[in-house]
Design a protein around this ligand. Structure first.
Ligand SMILES: C[S@@+](CC[C@H](N)C(=O)[O-])C[C@H]1O[C@@H](n2cnc3c(N)ncnc32)[C@H](O)[C@@H]1O
Length: 243
């Protein structure tokens, strides 16, 4: 069995596994919550294979996608060769531009297991936002990470770019640290790979506090798609921060 970095072997199969995710609806929600105007420049943190960048690219925005996985970025690059794809690991990143909108979709920032790393990321985002700009990030709450999948296991197989891929993922949750671990086994053309993915759940109060500590004066927590305030049963939450 080969050890693969998180989102390494997965990159091959990611788009098919995520085929049902309505990125367009999420982008509509984000744009509406951020004031409705089409942003000129957008930064997508943890952009993966570019699915979360696509709705902004399709609207003519200038998008920079940043991700720690070269394999995920390679897929993004192949789909959107003219967009800017940056290989970097949060929270330590530097970019020369400023943005009207910084987004992070599909719980990418839950991969930051230490709240100090999330604080650092928020702080850097605040420096990179243009005046009046918005930071919009999707998170799994602690409950969301705990309940990631019913039964704690997902299995499947598919054909991707001429490769036969089967996967078997086991999830378990450590309530003390609020951290979920996924042991993601893959077989690609008969070769076995194992990736270990970890996510820490962030609850709305903690997110609001970290965003305020990073210097944001307007902080709002909302649930997709209604835009209502989260409650104790919310498994996902969007943070909107500006000011
Ligand atoms: C679940 S995927 C989401 C990808 C994309 N945003 C989407 O919605 O399809 C999480 C992504 O976050 C990236 N990621 C995880 N930790 C990261 C870090 N510390 N810095 C940058 N990217 C990271 C992973 O490589 C992966 O591509």
């Amino acid at each position: 069995m080969l050890e693969s970095r998180p989102f390494g072997a997965l990159a091959l199969a990611y788009d098919q596994i995520m085929a049902e995710v309505d990125y367009e609806a999420w982008a509509e929600f984000v744009l509406a919550q951020a004031g409705g105007a089409r942003p000129g420049r957008v930064l997508d943190l943890g952009c993966g294979t570019g699915n979360s960048s696509a709705p902004f690219l399709q609207r003519g925005c200038q998008v920079t996608g940043l991700d720690a996985s070269a394999e995920m970025l390679r897929v993004a690059q192949s789909k959107w060769p003219r967009a800017e794809w940056v290989l970097a690991s949060l929270p330590h990143f530097q970019l020369p531009d400023r943005y009207q909108l910084i987004v992070s979709f599909f719980d990418a920032l839950n991969n930051l297991l230490d709240p100090a790393e999330l604080l650092e990321t928020f702080w850097r985002c605040r420096q990179l936002l243009l005046l009046g700009g918005t930071l919009a990030c999707d998170f799994n709450t602690r409950l969301g990470v705990c309940e990631l999948w019913e039964g704690g296991r997902i299995q499947g197989s598919l054909e991707a770019a001429g490769h036969r891929v089967s996967y078997d993922w086991l999830h378990h949750y450590d309530p003390a640290g609020g951290v979920g671990t996924v042991l993601a086994s893959f077989q690609v053309d008969g070769q076995d790979y194992l990736e270990v993915h970890r996510e820490r759940g962030y609850d709305p109060d903690e997110l609001a506090s970290l965003a305020a500590q990073a210097g944001f004066s307007q902080v709002d927590l909302r649930v997709f798609p209604d835009g209502t305030a989260p409650d104790l049963l919310s498994e996902r939450v969007w943070l909107f921060a500006g000011g």
